[in-house]
Design a protein around this ligand. Structure first.
Ligand SMILES: O=CC(=O)O
Length: 315
């Protein structure tokens, strides 16, 4: 890189459904020469030795061996969220490329989404319309105050959910050691499932958490309990809640994540009444998306300057 030249940052696209938000482009351009995947592919020869960083906005582009081989000067990939399950961390690292995520930016808005799903399904907010008869027997909801919330995954998002749940006077169970918010530690996930009125999934998707919740786990839950997933779709074996919700094994579910996303229109989950499904809204606020880009820029600049990367992720 010549003096005064900005490092080249590759982004999937600008705007659209999966492109870096247009509102962030001016900020990115203060630090980088920005090129899109389309521009890169159009003139690979020109850009290939210039790209030093990738900012991955919403899981695109696919980072595979072919792409990595075509970017010999790539130093860092910054992810626009906390979940890294869409990346082959070992492969990327074998090319000497560093990786980073944005955990601080996303924790509050994702915790808010979790609580919004919990409250909405407890009080059946999406089942009603303005002309619904308010004393209809079948509209009685669940009291949140005093109910037990089991949190599976006590990272920064789980911790913030616990803080919020405490303000709602809930009893909190966790299967990880986290007593700072007054959560009670269950040594076994089975105990948490059996005792909770609401079970909230906040774990990262890894081979260990893939299909963590299936038929057996749902059967351990109370028939009056609600399952809430704000982590990744494949943490739940998706056939299991279909049957469990149809047969009353559990009372309700609220899923911000599914597989695939979005679900096909004829998916059996979409036919159920006792389920609330949102399209992976977790982090989507204006402030969070701005903070994500700021966090990503800090990660990239640190990597390019040979400084410790604030949110480096290791394979
Ligand atoms: O899904 C959201 C994230 O990975 O941060």
């Amino acid at each position: 890189m010549e003096q005064g030249e900005l490092p080249v940052l590759l982004v999937n696209e600008v705007g659209g459904v999966r492109g870096v938000l247009k509102a962030h482009v001016e900020f990115l351009k203060k630090h980088f020469h920005l090129i899109t995947m389309k521009e890169f592919l159009k003139n690979k020869k020109h850009w290939s030795k210039k790209v030093q960083a990738i900012y991955l906005w919403w899981h695109k582009p696919i980072i595979d061996r072919e792409l990595l081989e075509s970017l010999p000067d790539l130093k860092v990939i910054a992810n626009s969220g906390v979940g890294m399950d869409h990346l082959d961390l070992k492969l990327i690292s074998s090319f000497g490329v560093k990786m980073a995520n944005a955990p601080h930016a996303v924790s509050s808005s994702t915790a808010d989404t979790g609580m919004a799903l919990l409250l909405a399904s407890a009080r059946r907010l999406v089942e009603v319309s303005p002309d619904t008869e308010c004393f209809a027997d079948d509209l009685l909801g669940d009291e949140v105050t005093g109910a037990t919330l089991g949190i599976i995954g006590m990272g920064s998002i789980g911790y913030k959910i616990a803080l919020r749940a405490k303000a709602f006077e809930m009893k909190i169970l966790t299967e990880e050691e986290e007593r700072a918010v007054g959560a009670i530690y269950c040594t076994k996930i089975e105990d948490l499932l059996q005792q909770s009125d609401f079970v909230m999934l906040v774990v990262s998707l890894t081979p260990q958490t893939h299909k963590l919740i299936g038929k057996r786990e749902l059967e351990l839950m109370k028939p009056t309990a609600t399952l809430i997933n704000i982590s990744r779709g494949p943490v739940v074996d998706q056939d299991a809640p279909v049957e469990a919700l149809q047969t009353g094994v559990i009372k309700a579910a609220a899923l911000d994540v599914t597989y695939p996303e979005p679900l096909p229109r004829d998916h059996p989950l979409l036919k159920l009444k006792n389920i609330l499904i949102t399209p992976h809204l977790g982090i989507k606020t204006d402030k969070t998306t701005r903070m994500i880009t700021e966090e990503a820029v800090a990660n990239i600049l640190a990597a390019l300057n040979g400084l410790p990367i604030p949110n480096e992720v290791f394979p």
